[in-house]
Design a protein around this ligand. Structure first.
Ligand code: GUN
Ligand code: FE
Length: 450
C-alpha cells in the first residue's frame, strides 16, 4: 500500500482496479481499496488492504465504503487527444472524400457557422455530454476561428465537469470558403489578447487553452512563428495536424520550399515543445520522429479518421520504438465515432492490417492500446502529473465499468477474470457499461440535473 497523510477522505471504493504504469501496460489490483480526498485526489490505494487500519489512520469511519459488484471494475478515464468539437454536428456522415477535398467541401462551410453562438451552444453541449458519457474524462478540442464560440466551449466543458484543452483555431492562408479565414494580425490578436487571456481569467479548474494553428497549409510562416513565440513565452499547450495524407505532404513542400520537412516547419517556428501534440503523423520519416523525441512533442493516433478518409496507416510500433509520446484521438468528424473505445478497436485493427502486410510486424496487444487510451494520452497532453492512472496524489479521473450491465451489449458466463472483463469491455462495451464517470473526484456521469 502506498499512501500519504491526508485526513479528509471524501469517499472510499473497494473492488477491482485496472490501470497502466510505466512498467506495466496492464496492472490489475483485486479487492483493492482506493480513497479519494476532499480535493478529488487519490489518497491511498492498496490491494488486500486492512480496512480497519486504513480507516483509523485516515479517519474515514464515518463515510461508507462503496463495494463494487462482481463484474465491475474501475479504470482510469479515457483521454481523447484530438477531437474537433464543431465537426460533431456532422459526425457519421460525409466520409466519401480524401482530406483536402473533404475540408473544403464539408468542414470549412460547417465551421464557418460557429460565429452563431446559439448554434455553437447546441453542438458544443452535445459533444461534451456525448464524450463524457462515452468515458472521455479529458478531451483536447479544436474549436473554430471564432473566439467567443471557443470560449463558450471552455465554459460548457467546465459546467459539465470535463477536463479539457480548448483551442481557438488559427488560419490566415488558403481560404476556399469565403470568410472562413482571418488576417494574420487578427489571428494573433484574437488568440493572444482575447482567447487565451479570457479563458485563463475564468479560472476554470480543469480547462486550459491550447494554441492551435490548424495545420501548416492554413497558416503563413509569420503566423506560425508568432504563435510559437506566444506559446513559448506563456508555456502554453500547442496542437496541430501533421503528415496526415500524402497529397497534403506534397502541398506543404510546395508552400514551404525552404523547409527540410513538414516537422521542420513547426520546429523552426518553436511549435514543437514538450507541451505539443500533433495529430496523425502517418507519413513521418524516422528523422522526423527523432525530432519529436528530442523536443518532447507528442503524436495523436486517430485510426478511425486515418481509415475513413483513406489517409494512411500509422506505424504505432515504430513510433513507440522511437520513444515518442503517443495517445489516441477520435478526430471527430474525420473519424466518425465520438468514443475512445472505438479508437482502441480501430488502433488494434490497424495494427493487425500492418501484421497482415508484414508478418514480422509486432501487433499491438490490447493491454498496450489500453495504455495509449489512458496513461499514454495523459503523457501526450503533458497532464500525467495529475491524470492517467491511479497513482497516489493524482486526481481521481475514473470510469466505473459494469461489464454485465443489464440491457448492455455483453453476456458473461461466470466469474470471468478481470483481464478478460477488461478485454471484453474494450472490444464489445459501450456507454451502457460505463455506469459512473468521475473527474477530479467528482461524479460527472450520470449528469446531475441543474
Ligand atoms: N487537417 C487540417 N484540418 C483538419 C481537420 O479538421 N480534420 C482533419 N482530419 N485533418 C485536418
Ligand atoms: Fe483533426
Amino acid at each position: 500500500t502506498s499512501q500519504k497523510s491526508v485526513t479528509d477522505i471524501r469517499f472510499v471504493c473497494r473492488g477491482t482496479f485496472v490501470h497502466s504504469t510505466a512498467e506495466e501496460a496492464l496492472q490489475i489490483l483485486e479487492d483493492a481499496l482506493l480513497g479519494v480526498d476532499s480535493k478529488g485526489k487519490i489518497a491511498f490505494i492498496g490491494e488486500g488492504t486492512d480496512l480497519q487500519r486504513l480507516s483509523e489512520s485516515f479517519g474515514f469511519s464515518s463515510c461508507a465504503v462503496t463495494q463494487l459488484g462482481q463484474h465491475e471494475f474501475f479504470m482510469p478515464g479515457m483521454i481523447d487527444t484530438h477531437i474537433h468539437a464543431p465537426q460533431y454536428s456532422y459526425t457519421g456522415t460525409a466520409l466519401d472524400m480524401p482530406l483536402l477535398q473533404w475540408l473544403n467541401t464539408y468542414t470549412f462551410p460547417v465551421e464557418s457557422r460557429f460565429q452563431d453562438l446559439e448554434f455553437a451552444k447546441k453542438v458544443y453541449t452535445q459533444v461534451v455530454k456525448r464524450t463524457l458519457r462515452n468515458g472521455t474524462t479529458t478531451a483536447c478540442y479544436f474549436a473554430t476561428i471564432h473566439t467567443d464560440a471557443s470560449l463558450l466551449l471552455g465554459q460548457i466543458a467546465n459546467d459539465f465537469g470535463q477536463r479539457a484543452l480548448v483551442g481557438k483555431v488559427c488560419m490566415d492562408r488558403n481560404d476556399s470558403v469565403k470568410h472562413y479565414k482571418e488576417s494574420s494580425e487578427e489571428s494573433q490578436e484574437e488568440t493572444c489578447r482575447r482567447f487565451v487571456k479570457e479563458l485563463l481569467n475564468k479560472k476554470y479548474p480543469l480547462v486550459k487553452p491550447v494554441v492551435t494553428p490548424r495545420f501548416a497549409p492554413s497558416c503563413t510562416e509569420a503566423l506560425l512563428a508568432k504563435l510559437g513565440e506566444m506559446a513559448k513565452n506563456n508555456k502554453l499547450h500547442i496542437q496541430s495536424h501533421i503528415s496526415e495524407n500524402l497529397e497534403e505532404v506534397e502541398w506543404v513542400k510546395e508552400l514551404f520550399p525552404n523547409s527540410e520537412s513538414y516537422t521542420d516547419i513547426y520546429h523552426k517556428c518553436n511549435l514543437l515543445t514538450d507541451k505539443t501534440i500533433m495529430a496523425h503523423g502517418c507519413h513521418l520519416s524516422d528523422e522526423e520522429l527523432v525530432l519529436f523525441r528530442e523536443t518532447g512533442a507528442a503524436l495523436s493516433h486517430c485510426p478511425n479518421s486515418n481509415i475513413s478518409l483513406c489517409s494512411g496507416v500509422l506505424n504505432v510500433r515504430n513510433v513507440l520504438n522511437h520513444k515518442v509520446k503517443l495517445g489516441l484521438g477520435t478526430d471527430v468528424a474525420g473519424g466518425y465515432s465520438p468514443s475512445i473505445l472505438d479508437a482502441v478497436r480501430r488502433a488494434l485493427d490497424s495494427s493487425k492490417v500492418l501484421t497482415i502486410q508484414d508478418p514480422e510486424y509486432k501487433t499491438l496487444s490490447f493491454e498496450e492500446v489500453f495504455r495509449l487510451a489512458t496513461l499514454g494520452g495523459s503523457q501526450a497532453l503533458s497532464l500525467d502529473e495529475r491524470t492517467g492512472n491511479f497513482q497516489v496524489g493524482k486526481d481521481f479521473d475514473a470510469l466505473r465499468v459494469n461489464v454485465a450491465a443489464p440491457g448492455g451489449p455483453i453476456d458473461l458466463i461466470q466469474n470471468e477474470k478481470p483481464q478478460i472483463l477488461l478485454e471484453k469491455f474494450l472490444n464489445l462495451g459501450d456507454d451502457r457499461n460505463i455506469v459512473e464517470v468521475f473527474v477530479a473526484g467528482k461524479k460527472v456521469v450520470p449528469f446531475s440535473e441543474p
